[in-house]
Design a protein around this ligand. Structure first.
Ligand SMILES: [Zn+2]
Length: 796
């Protein structure tokens, strides 16, 4: 057994923190066993955050009379073969920790006598292993020896507890690959299954079919994955995203659809050849058809880049037709242009409104409204400006007679210096409209043109809610964004590593290294699996041009992935919790703590760059949205480590590099704090600030946008826009156990209220479609970053 010195903090026992069945993993510590423990130590009384609870304790050093527990030299040569086939050094600390955990659970107190008994049992286990094994020992053999040692020492209750853990772990392991179990979970409407994606209405038939297919796909996916990747996912060390689709199907994740190429060339959907459109109404109708098909052929979001510039040529065709009509029917020549402009403006508005309704009424084969984002704002001519205006005005007007807030498409407006940022700029008026829209509907989120290029190497809207392609030029030297895609995400559970390290930074780094190797293998597997698709699997993507080229049905899809054209992402979560584990919960002002969190992202960034060179694909660091992962990781870690203050006690993990949502820095302080992180996570990021009601005060929001321009690349607005149609309240609904209700009349019926919260980079309607517990807790914990009213009666 081993301890590392941690600057005077003399204890090291993880107590109930360990999963006892992972008996031997990790690198062997150097040196002699030297466990120290407090006689009265109880993890239940103190919490287990070492940086907080440890100094309050007065650990007693273990007496010197137990050297028999030291690993004999022979043990050093022994490797443990884990269930997933990995061979790791034998480490008797794991046996010790498992037994301490079991003992604490039974007796609730760790006395010197109990401790002594455990040390003796570990010594017996070591002797037995050293006597019977020379090189490899299988993990279950270690566990059998521990069980026998316990029985021989008449530690029956301890044995029972230890065997219980083992059995539970074995059950959990087989259940996740058992299709029957997955389906039973689904039929019993397990909330972690049916509410995993807040955009899916799990009451309707085709969502239920999708969830069933997903449960089966997940179980099969686990059998396909490399065993150590599947195992790490099941334990919660990493998260292999979208297992319900991939790797079962060789699907890609998200993309920027090459609309310009498809519309100008014409394309084919199903049995129909589609001609290039000759009006903006036809163009937007085709766009919604393309979106429906693309969204059914991949599992993540899709985006339209520079929508105003994309559609302007088609609006110009409308104008030409109206001008010709005017010349034919109107005698007064001075009226011609005004007539054509007015008719075209109306066409643009109708076309953009149809697009918004189409997207909101579309239902993909995935059983959900497609995740769509529209980027716009850089165009300067009359048509482009009119399209920008229409997009914003339609969103402000709302959906239907109740004027509900549209959740899709996500709108992303681009701010650009000398274009729309400052008074006097040609598109400053459109920025004002965007501000009004954000105060009333939360969208548009804003991109800062110059900063985005600085961080990601080129300008483009994110794929889906926040995934950014990196700057890339084709063989002819053209900067290309449209038609590119992401191949998938695997997220590493950083807070768990911090909890396992128990205050020891060196241990944190070595565990991180170990987890990143597994994550790399998982990502390489994603790439290899995506390459197994054929163009015939998804004609809309590969044959008809959504991915920017028209491949023959037998071509290799890898043409579109390799040499940095696609990205594949290493995700992360919970930098706040990581630093809280080492520096306490209020570390934001601590320069050393901040540097530590930046060093973590730098390490991730350096690894992805090295992998990109090694494999020829663009690995990027991604600030995972973790809409439901925030719940899963913290739930698993709470089981493993107990309720740890500021870490697992909240039931959610903080998104990526975000400021602790329970604190209330000003928006300016928050942005200054967060701005250093996206540089090392350029594969995906978003900042947001929490505001009070802003509808009377758009200038306050403008001040933040302006401040953000030179600091962050991508900023969202969270402001109270919930509406009660019973009593006409507007503002922040009051959180309840599972949802939200009107603070004035208590109404919580989704039919007569409209509750809009930011669930990740997207908005969601939590009242209509409940979220997982952890996400609900996170939203409830959010504190405003500005003073002001959070509700008012009255209309928009
Ligand atoms: Zn009400």
């Amino acid at each position: 057994m081993c301890s590392r010195s941690r600057g005077g903090i003399g204890w090291r026992v993880s107590g109930p923190l360990r999963d006892p069945t992972t008996t031997c993993s990790g690198a062997r510590d150097q040196g002699h066993p030297n466990v120290v423990i407090s006689p009265s130590w109880s993890p239940y009384a103190e919490g287990v955050n070492p940086s907080i609870s440890a100094p309050a304790q007065t650990p007693a050093t273990r007496d010197g009379n137990v050297d028999q527990s030291a690993p004999t030299p022979a043990l050093h040569a022994i490797k443990v073969v884990k269930r997933d086939g990995r061979r790791v050094d034998f480490d008797d600390t794991k046996v010790y920790e498992a037994l301490v955990k079991a003992a604490v659970e039974i007796r609730r107190e760790m006395t010197p006598l109990v401790h002594r008994a455990i040390v003796d049992i570990v010594a017996a286990v070591n002797r037995e292993i050293a006597g019977r094994f020379n090189t490899d020992i299988k993990i279950y053999e270690v566990q059998n020896i521990v069980e026998h040692a316990l029985l021989e020492s008449h530690e029956y209750d301890l044995a029972e507890k230890y065997i219980g853990y083992r059995t539970q772990r074995d059950f959990a392991r087989s259940k996740s690959t058992d299709i029957n179990h997955s389906i039973i979970n689904l039929l019993s409407r397990d909330s972690t299954v049916v509410n995993e994606n807040a955009n899916k209405d799990s009451d309707v038939f085709n969502t239920q079919r999708d969830l069933t297919a997903g449960a089966v796909g997940k179980a099969i996916g686990h059998k396909m994955l490399p065993p150590h990747v599947s195992n790490a996912h099941q334990k919660g060390d990493i998260h292999f995203h979208d297992l319900d689709y991939s790797p079962y199907a060789p699907m890609t994740n998200c993309c920027l659809i090459d609309f310009a190429g498809m519309l100008s060339r014409g394309f084919r959907i199903g049995n129909a050849d589609v001609e290039p459109p000759r009006s903006i109404q036809t163009a937007t109708a085709q766009i919604s058809q393309i979106i429906a098909n693309v969204a059914s052929s991949q599992y993540g979001g899709c985006s339209a880049n520079r929508t105003d510039e994309l559609l302007a040529p088609y609006a110009r065709a409308n104008f030409a037709k109206h001008l010709a009509d005017a010349q034919r029917w109107i005698g007064d020549e001075t009226q011609h242009r005004a007539y054509a402009e007015e008719k075209t403006r109306k066409d643009i508005y109708d076309a953009m409104q149809s697009l918004e309704y189409e997207i909101n009424t579309l239902f993909t084969s995935n059983g959900q409204t497609p995740f769509v984002s529209l980027g716009f704002g850089l165009g300067t001519d009359w048509f482009e400006r009119e399209i920008q205006r229409a997009i914003l005005q339609i969103r402000i007007d709302g959906l239907g007679s109740e004027r509900r807030t549209a959740i899709f498409p996500k709108l992303i407006f681009t701010l650009k210096r000398d274009l729309n940022l400052a008074e006097g700029d040609p598109n400053y008026d459109i920025k004002q409209l965007a501000l009004e829209c954000s105060t009333k509907r939360m969208y548009p989120d804003v991109l800062s043109y110059d900063k985005l290029i600085e961080i990601t190497g080129s300008f483009k809207v994110p794929m889906g809610c926040r995934s950014f392609l990196q700057g890339w030029t084709d063989a002819d030297g053209n900067d290309v964004s449209e038609g590119r895609m992401n191949l998938g995400v695997v997220t590493v559970n950083l807070p768990r590593i911090a909890l396992e390290a128990a205050g020891d930074q060196a241990k944190f780094w070595s565990l991180l290294e170990e987890r990143l190797l597994i994550t790399r293998d998982a990502l390489v597997y994603r790439i290899e699996r995506c390459k197994q698709a054929t163009p015939a699997n998804a004609p809309i993507l590969y044959v008809y041009g959504a991915f920017g080229q028209q491949l023959a049905r037998t071509d290799s899809v890898d043409t579109l992935f390799k040499d940095g054209r696609s990205t594949v992402s290493l995700g992360y979560i919970g930098l706040y919790e990581v630093a809280a584990a080492f520096f306490g919960g209020a570390w934001e002002g601590n320069a050393e703590a901040k540097l530590f969190t930046l060093d973590i992202l730098k390490a991730l960034d350096a690894h992805t760059k090295a992998w990109s060179r090694e494999y020829g694909y663009q690995f990027s660091v991604y600030s995972t949205p973790s809409e439901s992962l925030t719940d899963r990781f913290s739930r698993l870690d709470k089981v493993k480590f107990g309720s740890v203050e500021n870490i697992t006690d909240k039931d959610y993990y903080t998104n990526s590099f975000h400021y602790d949502v329970r604190k209330n820095p000003t928006p300016f302080e928050k942005l200054d704090f967060e701005k250093d992180y996206p540089v090392f996570s350029s594969g995906g990021f978003i900042h947001y600030c929490e505001y009070p009601v802003l509808q009377q005060n758009p200038k306050a929001l403008e001040a933040v946008w302006d401040y953000a321009y030179d600091r962050v690349g991508y900023l969202g607005t969270n402001t109270p826009i919930d509406r009660c149609y019973k009593c006409d309240f507007s503002g922040d609904f009051t959180p309840t156990d599972r949802g939200f209700q009107c603070p004035d009349c208590g109404n919580n019926d989704p039919a007569s209220c409209d509750v809009v919260k930011r669930t990740c980079g997207y908005l969601g309607n939590p009242q209509a479609r409940p979220m997982v517990h952890g996400r609900h807790q996170e939203i409830v914990s959010r504190v405003k970053h500005m003073a002001g009213a959070t509700g008012s009666s009255g209309s928009l």
